[in-house]
Design a protein around this ligand. Structure first.
Ligand SMILES: *Cc1c(COP(=O)(O)O)cnc(C)c1O
Length: 364
């Protein structure tokens, strides 16, 4: 099948990858860099693979400005395994952790935390169906907590923190699965940042953990070996077989971003894409976006018509026109356009054109 048959994929994840990267991976599929084999077939202990994973880490460090004193780990188990690894490794002082619940993933993280100790939900936006981000300051957190956990971009409800909470000396832990590399963040504000790769970076199978070194080495002796950050840190993410092919694709995406001007340039493109879509929604008679303006996600644009049957019709009709997976998450319905880094401007044009046509046909 040719590239001309590709459609615009608005899935929340796994999601679109840059076409240039897919083509390069295709070119290198059978014979990577003269090695005579595919990266899929390559020993992770080989010199060639050492270069791949080393370059991937170096590129990510450059892209995010990751300071010395932080380790980058390439792990498996998804963001979901981090919901458990974080409390297992970090809830080791007072045994307390504070969670802010701003959506389904944050809720799951908090629930998992409670299995390990005194995890408390200090704030939640459930009262307004997660359409806003609570404003918190230092006094709202227990100052003897081992960490505060936030979900910076809420993939399902389409919201994002418009600020980074000040937690004082308590390490801030952040699920950045659906926002990583979409906009600049100051890594030094965080104790730990984690992200599944399948939203904004690569195929599924890779979880990136960026962790301040003083938070490594606290896991109890009873911790399963794989779940101890110090094991992965001491072994350069090679304690066991890493998700080798996914790390390679991630590295190619990182290079692609660097060539395009880095995260600052990508953020500019993302803001322009999201602004166009939100301003069309805000100006239309048919559609509305439920999330409060200053907390709107740049990556996951949630909108509704207010009529469930019409929403369903929208999603089905859009699919026929090559605009895939615009349905909202199965838990909330409506529509969601996930417009990650790899969604081109033309995808936004096509979506808005379809929305206009649908609005006219709906008689609004
Ligand atoms: C997708 C997602 C998850 C779950 O990731 P898995 O890799 O499937 O475990 C967790 N948090 C956020 C914010 C997500 O978007």
């Amino acid at each position: 099948m040719g590239f001309e048959k590709r459609i615009y994929n608005f899935s929340a994840g796994p999601s679109m990858l840059p076409l240039e990267v897919l083509k390069k991976v295709q070119d290198e599929m059978l014979n990577y860099g003269g090695s005579g084999m595919s990266v899929m077939e390559m020993s992770h202990r080989s010199k060639a693979y050492g270069g791949i994973i080393g370059d991937a880490e170096a590129s990510l460090r450059r892209l995010m400005g990751i300071p010395d004193g932080y380790k980058v780990l390439f792990l498996q188990g998804g963001a979901t395994l981090q919901f458990a690894m974080i409390p297992l490794n970090l809830m080791r002082g007072s045994g307390k952790a504070d969670y802010i619940v701003t959506g389904s993933w944050a809720e799951k993280a908090a629930k998992e935390g409670k299995k390990f100790g005194d995890a408390v939900v200090v704030a939640s936006s459930a009262d307004k169906n997660f359409t806003y981000i609570p404003r918190l300051s230092k006094e709202d957190f227990r100052q003897d907590a081992d960490y505060v956990h936030i979900t910076l971009n809420n993939t399902i409800y389409g919201s994002k923190y418009p600020y980074i909470p000040d937690t004082g000396d308590v390490p801030l832990v952040c699920d950045w699965s659906s926002g990583i590399l979409s906009e600049e963040i100051d890594v030094s504000r965080f104790g730990l940042i984690y992200a599944g790769a399948q939203k904004n970076i690569a195929p599924a199978g890779l979880t990136i953990v960026i962790i301040r070194e003083d938070l490594i080495g606290k896991a109890p002796a009873s911790a399963p070996t794989y779940m101890d950050y110090s094991v992965h840190a001491a072994n350069g993410s090679m304690y066991n077989t890493p998700p080798a092919f996914t790390v390679y694709v991630a590295g190619e995406v990182f290079k692609h971003l660097l060539a395009g001007g880095g995260v600052a340039a990508q953020e500019k493109r993302n803001r322009a894409k999201a602004e166009r879509l939100y301003s069309y929604i805000d100006g239309s008679r048919l559609y509305s976006a439920p999330v409060e303006r200053e907390s709107r996600s740049l990556m996951n644009v949630v909108f509704v018509t207010g009529d469930e049957a019409l929403d369903k019709k929208f999603v089905a009709q859009a699919r026929e026109e090559g605009l895939a997976d615009l349905n909202g998450h199965r838990s909330i319905g409506g529509m969601r356009a996930s417009i990650y880094n790899a969604m081109p401007d033309e995808g936004i044009d096509a979506l808005i054109a379809f929305m206009k046509k649908f609005e006219v046909e709906a008689g609004r």
